[in-house]
Design a protein around this ligand. Structure first.
Ligand SMILES: NC(=O)C1=CN([C@@H]2O[C@H](COP(=O)(O)OP(=O)(O)OC[C@H]3O[C@@H](n4cnc5c(N)ncnc54)[C@H](OP(=O)(O)O)[C@@H]3O)[C@@H](O)[C@H]2O)C=CC1
Ligand SMILES: O=C(O)[C@@H]1CCC=N1
Length: 270
């Protein structure tokens, strides 16, 4: 088995992973990338010193193939790879929705497949990556996937049946926080603050709150209660959040994301 790892379809998430692997000690010589557009390939070579190759060349040179194309492009990519694959290859899919059986049904019997859902904080080594084994993936394959995704943040093994839910929570999760910051910054504008100051206040509050959630060991309810003084300001805001159904909206939003992940399972749903 070579040390080489290929990232096939190196777009936003593929590049986030790639850059983290390099920060984590992988040498660019051990990393191959594939892209659809030649200009994208050159961009990756210039930024990271990695070698862009064709999908077929990637299969020849690397044992571990990380597939980070969109779910809708996965069928086409797998058809292209199938004739070149051999027994030593490990397939790691980073796509939303696509089950490991999608690959197992299209590739030679016994092909090991690991499914991973990571997220964009991989760019700052704070990703949350959830990892599930396909039918033929061994403990060593899972450990290998953990070593790769562990370079960009935390990893958690989950049964594959929980992957769509995890995609809704942590895969898409950063977007919800960015959306909240955007909305709260607008509120700051309404309250008369300059945009840059409103942004800084909210971002630092988010960092502080996230650090407390991670490090204090306290339940989120307790942390919120500690901010909420009797007859104070916070409870007025909380009442408005409840009046506007924000909690119900979040539950419905994540359920919709989970449903879309399920819908993408066939790899053909636009
Ligand atoms: N963005 C996110 O936050 C997350 C995304 N994901 C998953 O990661 C995957 C990629 O998402 P994202 O990075 O956002 O999307 P991008 O569109 O940025 O990346 C996909 C890349 O794949 C390339 N590509 C498509 N087909 C081929 C092919 N046959 N051979 C080589 N390259 C190909 C595309 O090239 P071109 O640009 O030329 O079209 C594109 O650069 C998806 O499956 C998504 O579900 C998972 C977790 C989080
Ligand atoms: O929106 C998406 O489909 C991808 C998967 C999880 C985050 N982004």
């Amino acid at each position: 088995m070579t040390q080489k790892v290929a990232v096939l379809g190196t777009g936003k998430i593929g590049e986030a992973l790639l850059s983290g692997m390099i920060r984590g000690g992988w040498t660019p010589e051990d990393l191959l990338v594939t892209t659809r557009r030649p200009e994208r390939a050159e961009e990756l070579r210039a930024r990271h010193g990695v070698t862009p190759v064709s999908n077929a060349e990637a299969v020849k040179a690397a044992d571990t193939l990380i597939l980070t194309v969109k779910p809708q492009d996965m069928g086409h990519l797998v058809d292209e790879l199938a004739p070149h694959l051999a027994a030593h290859h490990l397939i790691i899919s980073g796509a939303a929705g696509i089950p490991t059986s999608f690959f197992e049904d299209r590739l030679a019997a016994g092909t090991p497949v690991v499914r991973v859902m990571t997220n964009t904080p991989a760019l700052v080594d704070e990703a949350m990556s959830v990892i599930s084994a396909g039918s033929h993936a061994t403990a060593a394959h899972l450990a290998h996937a953990e070593a790769i995704f562990g370079a960009v943040g935390k990893t958690l093994r989950v049964p594959e049946s929980q992957q769509d839910a995890c995609t809704a929570l942590s895969g898409s999760g950063p977007a919800y926080f960015f959306y909240l910051v955007e909305a709260m910054t607008d509120a700051g504008i309404l309250l008369g603050l300059p945009r840059d100051k409103a942004h800084d206040l909210i971002v630092q509050s988010a960092i502080g709150a996230a650090t407390m959630l991670r490090d204090s060991g306290e339940h989120p309810v307790r942390l919120r209660e500690n901010v909420t003084s009797p007859a104070g300001t916070t409870i007025n805001a909380i009442r408005e959040l409840e009046n506007h159904g924000v909690r119900a909206a979040l539950i419905a939003a994540l359920e919709a994301a989970r449903d879309r992940s399920r819908e993408l399972a066939s790899g053909t749903k636009d």
